[in-house]
Design a protein around this ligand. Structure first.
Ligand code: 3H9
Length: 699
């Protein structure tokens, strides 16, 4: 069956695109639109043409799977131009999401009608691209330069109503879209309206001078730091304002091709598919029946428990909040309320909606009340004995088939599961803080966890708008296990002569949201110190005085980070801005002297490789051990949970862009010069194997 077809209703030709799942503009679709348009234009009985889509959405963009391969004619910009040049009126009838090339197709049409529930947008920037089928030239003509810039640079879709207010949609209807579109077409045919080309509109360019664009650059500087595409978008939109339409299109094409060739775009496209791939588990059928999750309980009303609970309540799912007494629960719910109040202030919800959502929380102090819960998530502090006790109680209280999850960030999920008589129903759901905001959810599969429970949690992750990644059981799972080497090297380098602020700046410039030492100050030096104490007590820490020495000394001095106004840095009263502290520099120098470490200048390049390459090396081990199913899962974890710059794709993708052999050789060099026999820099066998055969982790 053809993916594009032409039918007729009275004098209106209807072109229908039917290319599931999202009607992406594959070669067959582009070809189909062009040939149906030609047929409709050649048919004297047809007076106007409506372009609509079957299935769940209007066209969601170019077919991303075709990127990076040789493009075949007809090219998308030409398809859009043909719709614009059609002698008969063309109408786009939009439902679902008209995104990227889909919205560009709609803007090529002479008129646009949409369901009120529809959304439109140009999300190309999220793939490191700019709209390359006339979007940067047509949108400013439709809605003006400032709004077009904001929309294209943010990549965020907007509602049909908002698009209507801005001037990008002509009519909206509550339902019966096709009927509405045909009626619209009849109306205009009856008045003999001529084709209305967006390209014919003129932009008054004078008010948009250098200052205007510089001001816009400043306004996006923080979010756009390190990215390539936003600046190209600005240049393309400026071309729309300053050049004739045809020349603007050419400029757009050149800038689009520059973006397409960038590592940033390759990395972001890779992330797009990596996130979706993460939901596929080879030994668990995608369509295995999942369990309904309509009632959730969260054990622990602390910040983490409250944040986790918000994910469900925000979707209208009732949540029981369990803690030792009403006072603890009240305190927790007060924080939850404050978080929602912030949403009200920002206009994301109304005061009524806030009360409604708060009404979904049920305080519970007695486990017997959990008998109806479909999913229980334990979020108490990291203590194995306590967690086992809780799971024993849950086993007694919960109904058969309830999913029992732990939010542990490090502990052995199998040991926790063994505290119950139903290990097949036990799983790890590791949320990242703040749990109501961070996108990552590590889904920890115990050795007994059933496929059904696993698949239910994978689906659930998507439902609560998280990206779920499955990890096997090991200390720290995928993310935190890799973090160890990252921090270790930061601590080593300050002993070896790098300044605290230099280490952080080098990694900030690499693209991390903050350097590792500033992050420790934010998270609390005391938190890390307590974890190290436990690990030392458990014999799970290397016999190396250097490892953790400086943060431990800061801890003993009561320098816990931002909360005490001092940690690796100093903080003025009430400020979160780190200031280098000579006292810390002196302390580091003293310890280096005591240990006989000669301090030297360390380059930014060395800082980056010494912190980032351990991620790659540990990632390789995690892959070999089967803790992660694929390299791209590791990258999804690091981009979404730890702020690894998305435009670098994640540590494993980054290794491929640097060259696996180069990473391997550098790691071997560090082993020979820095390791002192601790094995920190022992290359992972998989890394060595790939380096030797010229292989890659991804792709
Ligand atoms: C562009 O248009 C460039 C032009 O300006 C210029 C060109 C010259 N292509 O996300 P889901 C697949 S750039 C191919 O799970 P949802 C996706 O991989 C493009 N495949 O569903 C998945 O496959 P699978 C601008 C695509 O309901 C399946 O569809 N457009 C594409 O949560 C379902 O996806 C965008 O960037 C595509 N364009 O969300 C839009 N899109 O089942 C990107 C999706 O095998 N897409 N697939 O894993 C989205 O944002 C979301 O997919 C959407 C649906 C909101 C549409």
């Amino acid at each position: 069956m053809s993916v594009v077809s032409l039918s007729r209703q009275d004098e209106i030709g209807i072109i229908t695109v039917d290319n599931p799942p999202v009607n992406a503009l594959s070669h067959a679709v582009r070809e189909g639109i062009v040939s149906c348009l030609a047929e409709a234009n050649a048919d004297d009985a047809i007076r106007a043409i409506v372009l609509q889509c079957a299935g769940r959405t209007f066209i969601a963009g170019a077919d991303i799977t075709e990127f990076g391969k040789p493009m075949k004619e007809p090219y998308l910009p030409d398809v859009v131009n043909e719709l614009a040049d059609s002698p008969k009126l063309t109408f786009a009838a939009i439902h679902g999401t008209a995104l990227g090339g889909g919205f560009e197709i709609a803007m090529g049409c002479h008129y646009r009608i949409a369901l009120r529930s529809a959304k439109v947008g140009l999300p190309e920037v999220k793939l490191g691209l700019l709209p390359g089928a006339g979007g940067t030239q047509r949108l400013p003509r439709l809605i003006g330069v400032p709004d077009a810039l904001r929309l294209i640079v943010s990549g965020q879709p907007i509602s049909a109503r908002h698009a209507g207010e801005l001037g990008a949609i002509d009519r909206t209807v509550a339902d019966n879209l096709l009927e509405g579109a045909i009626e619209f077409a009849h109306d205009l045919v009856a008045t003999q309206a001529p084709p209305r080309k967006v390209s014919a509109r003129v932009i008054e360019a004078e008010e948009f001078d250098d200052d205007f664009y510089d001001e816009f650059r400043r306004s996006i500087a923080r979010k756009a730091r390190g990215y390539f595409a936003p600046e190209r978008i600005i240049r393309a939109v400026r071309a729309a304002a300053e050049l004739p339409f045809g020349e603007g299109l050419e400029r757009e094409r050149d800038l689009f091709l520059e973006c397409m060739a960038s590592t940033e775009s390759k990395a972001l496209r890779y992330q797009f598919f990596a996130e979706r791939q993460a939901a596929r588990i080879p030994d668990v059928p995608h369509d295995i029946p999942v369990r309904p999750v309509e009632r959730v309980a969260v054990i622990g009303a602390g910040t983490m428990g409250g944040g986790i609970a918000m994910n469900f309540a925000s979707l209208g799912i009732p949540v029981q909040i369990v803690d030792v007494d009403e006072a603890a629960i009240g305190k927790g719910l007060a924080i939850v309320r404050k978080n929602y109040e912030r949403g009200v202030k920002k206009g994301r919800m109304t005061a009524d909606q806030l009360e409604q959502v708060m009404g979904l929380f049920e305080p519970v102090t007695d486990y017997a009340q959990l008998s109806d819960a479909d999913l229980v998530i334990e979020a108490v502090f990291e203590n194995m004995a306590l967690k086992k006790e809780i799971f024993g109680k849950l086993d007694a209280a919960c109904k058969p088939g309830a999913i029992l999850a732990t939010n542990t960030s490090t502990l052995d999920v199998d040991e926790i599961a063994a505290a119950t008589g139903r290990p097949q129903d036990v799983i790890g759901l590791h949320f990242f803080s703040p749990a109501n905001i961070m996108r990552l959810l590590e889904i920890v599969r115990g050795k007994e966890t059933s496929g059904e429970v696993l698949q239910t949690c994978i689906r659930l992750a998507k439902k609560i708008r998280k990206v779920g990644v499955v990890s096997g059981v090991c200390y720290g799972f995928i993310g935190n296990r890799m973090l160890a080497g990252y921090h270790r090297e930061a601590w080593m380098m300050i002993l070896e002569g790098a300044k605290v602020e230099q280490v952080d700046k080098a990694l900030f410039d690499f693209g991390m949201p903050m350097g590792p030492l500033a992050v420790s100050d934010l998270a609390g030096i005391d938190v890390g110190a307590r974890i190290r104490e436990e690990r030392r007590a458990a014999g799970n820490w290397p016999d190396d005085e250097r490892f953790g020495l400086i943060p431990d000394r800061l801890y003993r001095l009561g320098r816990y980070g931002q909360k005490t106004g001092a940690g690796f840095y100093r903080y003025e009263e009430g400020s979160r801005t780190p200031a280098p502290d000579p006292e810390v520099a002196a302390l580091i120098a003293e310890e280096a002297g005591r240990l006989g470490i000669e301090q030297r200048d360390i380059s930014d390049e060395e800082i980056v490789s010494r912190c980032v390459y351990p991620l790659i090396n540990e990632g390789a081990r995690i892959l070999e051990e089967g803790i992660a199913l694929r390299a791209s899962d590791i990258d999804v974890v690091w981009v979404n949970g730890y702020g690894f710059p998305p435009y670098r794709g994640g540590p494993m993708f980054y290794a491929d862009t640097v060259g696996v052999a180069r990473v391997y050789e550098t790691i071997c060099r560090y082993r020979d010069t820095l390791d002192r026999g601790h094995g920190y820099w022992e290359p992972a066998p998989l890394l060595e194997k790939l380096a030797r055969k010229g292989g890659q982790f991804t792709g």
